[in-house]
Design a protein around this ligand. Structure first.
Ligand code: G6P
Length: 478
């Protein structure tokens, strides 16, 4: 066995992602605990992981700490250590200041630093080793997202017996943009180590296949990519779109709870009973088009098309990647813009933009969705955007209008939303006015169609379809 070969472990399904579904927490009094993060991926995979013998490999959210594997809610957790330097170079650097802006249409300029790349390779190797050590002979390993694109190839080299899937949660850029990356060939080669590469949209899978043809000249037919192997043979890799979703029933169930409905009414009252509540919910990220949204709303107030007594915009911007310079600048820009609009248009009794730089528990988000007459999803580029799907799942009353950017993956499915180009400020203003004044019949007709789409394609269907394609039929690999 070569230096990279690893003795197999005993898990039949291994999920690998940068973040674990649990976060390490150290309270002020020194007590340590693990908090389950409420991500959709966990909800989708939990039942599968329990049914098969599953393990989750990832980073516990704290630097420089080594943890032994442990069990949480019936899932085995295998923590991977990241040092302060790894976080700076691999996570904040290459993942979130090179790949993230590059893959989101260079809305912000990507930085290219060789030390960041070297760290990315080192950390990907560490994740691959941990996954290889956990996986039983012939196991299925499912690797997630842009932070870990080299893992499939590293895993295949170490453990050719494994079935390897990869899912990219963010967009895959057009070739003209992807080609900027100094390590573009290494990234493609890393991904091609997988048997199945999943993308959010049809266009993302197409961009990937085009890059493979342009850079390697491999032949691709439909979803199939033929990767030459040593003996003049080919290994077939599938590159296909699998739009991710949410646990729609769980959201609907929460929305039906009396205490959450009471909270939604309370929110409206606390805002001064405006006729219309508009809502934005995003990680504070430059891809989300928060500034464009505020500009459109500010102009509508300025034009007198909207009045602060009648309409309030609630903007939840959850803190994200706060040590990356672009995110610090964005926060300053957004908070300046919010302050300007509020300074110009708020009254003592009515605030134009109710702005919250916080993350909230899921219950509070559901109450906000219920209270919101118009949901604004104005991303400049977004892999999917699950907020759009959450809003739809919550609206069992059949009411509420979703304004959705064409540049969010969700727009491929949610065609009955009011679709917008967020760069077109006049178009966005018209869409907002149209949504606020939309007759009830049209609102319900659209929402009914949207809800059908979301409930027919929930996150359980997503993971089942990915794993079925990967393992050739078995819903749960055994
Ligand atoms: C996006 C990415 C995820 C990432 C999440 C939060 O949804 O696709 O991989 O985990 O953002 O970002 P963070 O950097 O805090 O993990």
């Amino acid at each position: 066995p070569g230096p990279d070969t690893v003795a197999p472990g005993h898990f039949d399904l291994v999920v690998v992602s940068n973040r674990l579904p649990v976060d390490y927490e150290l309270a002020e009094d020194g007590t340590e605990s693990w908090r389950t993060s409420p991500g959709g991926l966990v909800t989708a995979l939990e039942p599968l992981m329990r049914a098969s013998d599953g393990a989750w490999v990832g980073w516990p959210g704290v630097a420089d700490r080594e943890f032994e594997p442990f069990e949480n809610d019936g899932i085995s957790i295998v923590p991977v250590r990241l040092s302060t330097e790894d976080l700076e170079l691999y996570y904040e650097g290459f993942s979130n200041d090179t790949l993230w802006p590059l893959y989101h249409d260079v809305i912000a300029s990507p930085s290219y630093h060789r030390e960041w790349w070297e760290s990315y390779v080192r950390v990907n190797r560490r994740f691959a080793k941990a996954a290889a050590a956990a996986a039983a002979p012939g196991a299925t390993v499912w690797v997630h997202d842009y932070q870990l694109q080299l893992v499939p190839r590293m895993l295949r080299d170490a453990r050719p017996d494994l079935v390897i899937g990869f899912f990219n949660h963010i967009p895959f850029p057009p070739y003209g943009i992807f080609a900027q990356l100094p390590w573009r060939k290494q990234i493609l080669d890393g991904l091609l180590g997988a048997d199945l590469i999943g993308f959010q949209r049809l266009a993302d899978a197409g961009n990937f296949s085009r890059a493979v043809r342009r850079l390697f000249g491999y032949s691709t037919r439909g979803v199939a990519v033929d990767v030459p192997s040593q003996n003049g043979q080919h290994r077939r890799v599938i590159a296909k779109h699998f739009p991710i979703s949410i646990d729609a029933a769980a959201y609907e169930e929460m929305a039906k709870r009396p205490e959450i409905q009471a909270r939604a009414r309370q929110i409206r009252e606390d805002l001064g009973n405006p006729k219309t509540i508009m809502l934005g919910v995003d990680r504070l990220d430059y891809t989300k088009g928060i500034g464009h949204r505020i500009k459109a709303f500010g102009e509508l107030l300025e034009d007198g098309q909207l009045n602060v007594e009648d309409v309030t915009l609630v903007q939840v911007a959850s803190p994200s990647r706060e040590r990356v310079a672009t995110y610090m600048q964005l926060r300053d820009e957004i908070e300046l813009a919010v302050g300007r609009v509020n300074g110009d248009y708020s009254t003592i009794s009515h605030t134009a933009i109710s702005y919250h730089h916080h993350g909230y528990p899921r219950e509070e988000m559901v109450a906000l969705y219920l209270a919101a007459d118009v949901m604004l999803v104005t991303a400049l580029r977004d892999g999917m955007n699950l907020v759009a799907k959450e809003y739809v799942a919550v609206r069992h009353d059949g009411d509420g209008v979703l304004v959705l950017s064409e540049f969010a993956g969700a727009a491929d499915e949610l065609k009955q939303a009011v679709l917008i180009n967020p760069h077109d400020i006049d178009g966005m203003k018209a869409a907002i006015v149209k949504s606020i004044t939309m007759p009830k019949r049209e609102r319900t007709r659209r929402m009914r169609a949207l809800r059908r789409k979301v409930f027919d394609n929930d996150v359980a269907a997503w993971s089942a379809s990915f794993l079925q394609t990967l393992t050739g039929g078995a819903a749960v690999p055994s």
